[in-house]
Design a protein around this ligand. Structure first.
Ligand code: E4P
Length: 232
């Protein structure tokens, strides 16, 4: 299973790269805004360079298909590892699948179909050739639906029919969501950095290590005492 970082924060990306945990990065306009990245091109290029050759997803910012295509072409020229995020439908409910098909099939641009909240959306996105299908688990749960079941059903369907798409589970709300998505068969989980700190930490591990360190110090003291006794 791969872990992506759901962030545009360069220092967090550097930190978790150094830990060896980053297989890619996902962004969206809200993440960019919250992380203080106002210049999309500059931010996207910086992340792409930082994590190369791993993929970074950069989202289009329009409802219009021709503009989506044009933005996708522009983004993909910024760096080889940029994947274009296309929302499965626009804010008026118009399908973007023709844009996805065209980019993947005719223009060789990798697409992450984003904002998928249902089995229908996820499977149709895979069917038109998406490289990644992003299921927003937290938002699925917010609406009272079973995100784990959705992930499992989609993963099984992809295997059964041999589609190339990989599921990225996003919209992580709690550290336990990472475990749940993994258990449900997600290929990739995109995690906001704050949850990785929690995921690696455990109060009892700290206590355990504290106990070992204290005993190691005691052993050193004891050794010093014994050496002193031998000399006298
Ligand atoms: C994934 O690619 C998205 O950027 C992200 O996970 C969306 O999460 P949200 O529901 O917290 O906005």
């Amino acid at each position: 299973m791969k872990i992506f970082l759901d962030s545009a924060n360069a220092s967090e990306i550097r930190k978790w790269l150094d830990e060896g945990l980053v297989d890619g990065v996902t962004t969206n306009p809200s993440i960019m805004l919250n992380d203080g990245v106002y210049d999309l091109e500059r931010g996207a290029r910086q992340i792409a360079e930082l994590i190369s050759p791993r993929p970074v997803s950069v989202e289009v910012t329009t409802n219009d298909h021709e503009e989506m295509l044009s933005q996708a072409r522009t983004f993909s020229r910024w760096a080889l590892n940029i994947v274009v995020k296309i929302p499965v439908i626009n804010e008026f409910g118009v399908s973007s699948l023709r844009v996805v098909r065209r980019l993947e099939e005719e223009e060789n641009i990798r697409v992450n179909v984003t904002a998928c909240l249902s089995y229908g959306q996820a499977t149709l996105a895979a069917k038109v050739g998406a490289t990644y299908v992003s299921i927003f688990a937290g938002r699925v749960s917010d609406e009272g639906h079973d995100a784990s079941r959705l992930i499992r059903m989609t993963a099984d369907w992809l295997t059964q029919w041999g589609y190339k798409a990989e599921i990225i589970v996003g919209s992580i709300r709690e550290a336990i969501n990472i475990q749940d998505a993994s258990d449900a068969g997600a290929h990739i989980i995109t995690v906001p950095p704050q949850f990785l700190y929690k995921y690696v930490d455990h109060k009892y591990s700290r206590d355990t290590v504290r106990g070992f360190n204290a005993d190691a110090r005691k052993a050193l003291e004891r050794m010093g005492e014994l050496r002193a006794q031998v000399k006298t």
